[in-house]
Design a protein around this ligand. Sequence first.
Ligand SMILES: NC(=O)c1ccc[n+]([C@@H]2O[C@H](COP(=O)([O-])OP(=O)(O)OC[C@H]3O[C@@H](n4cnc5c(N)ncnc54)[C@H](OP(=O)(O)O)[C@@H]3O)[C@@H](O)[C@H]2O)c1
Length: 235
Amino acid sequence: MKNILVTGANRGLGFELLKVYIQSGYTVYPLVRSRESAELLSQQFSDHCIPIVTDLTTDDSIKDIEHTLSRHTTSLDIIINNAGISGRGSLIEDVDTEEINRLFNVHCLGPIRSIKGSINFLRKSDSPKIINISSRLGSLSRMASGEFNGMGFSYSYRMAKAAQNMLTICLSQELKDEKILVCAIHPGKLTTRGGSPDADTHPSVAAHNIYKWINEMDIHSSGKYVEPGVMEIAW
Ligand SMILES: NC(=O)c1ccc[n+]([C@@H]2O[C@H](COP(=O)([O-])OP(=O)(O)OC[C@H]3O[C@@H](n4cnc5c(N)ncnc54)[C@H](OP(=O)(O)O)[C@@H]3O)[C@@H](O)[C@H]2O)c1
């Protein structure tokens, strides 16, 4: 039986990923913030769904993850760092430094915490993978080309996803010798609560594309930044 941890799995893309992996026979550890969300998921998916209730913006989440995993398993095959929040200020006058702190905390420190809480379980898998759900907006190359110029995207989100991308590169290089594969994924422009005005893709479609990409991942795809089924993205 394979095991996967998905953060932010009570709605949006995370919920669709949870469904795809349960349908494929995995035991899923959905990380959610509230007991209410955990109970709803447990009722809906029973045995193959073991929620971890914690908030990734605090270091307590590291122990919460370790604690739940250690009660149910010795190994974890995949972690998908999906939890995210959006930002607002898109002009320098409107940039709120507290908002930037909040987004860095969720998008960059959140994956660090979830990986610290699960790395020893990943090390016990024969095919361990870390997937960071990034965004096209984290690409320095695409941003520098002017592709998104004037489209009203927030400083905080673009900066936090770019920092998360650097984390992905650092991890992929550090963990290569241990054969832990690491990549960043832009899931598409999703019709979710956190989606942009030009959203055009249902999150269930993105979840299937991501599932297929992860299945096909090998050592050569580690360290890559991709939109599954569409293209590789320049960092
Ligand atoms: N939507 C898009 O078009 C798009 C495009 C590119 C990339 N992405 C990325 O894809 C991921 C999923 O996006 P989405 O549109 O599905 O988002 P969403 O519908 O807004 O869902 C976000 C999820 O993250 C959880 N979350 C937020 N802060 C958290 C925290 N501190 N600790 C634990 N969980 C937390 C939320 O939990 P609560 O329900 O408790 O708030 C929710 O489950 C995000 O990383 C996003 O940046 C999205």
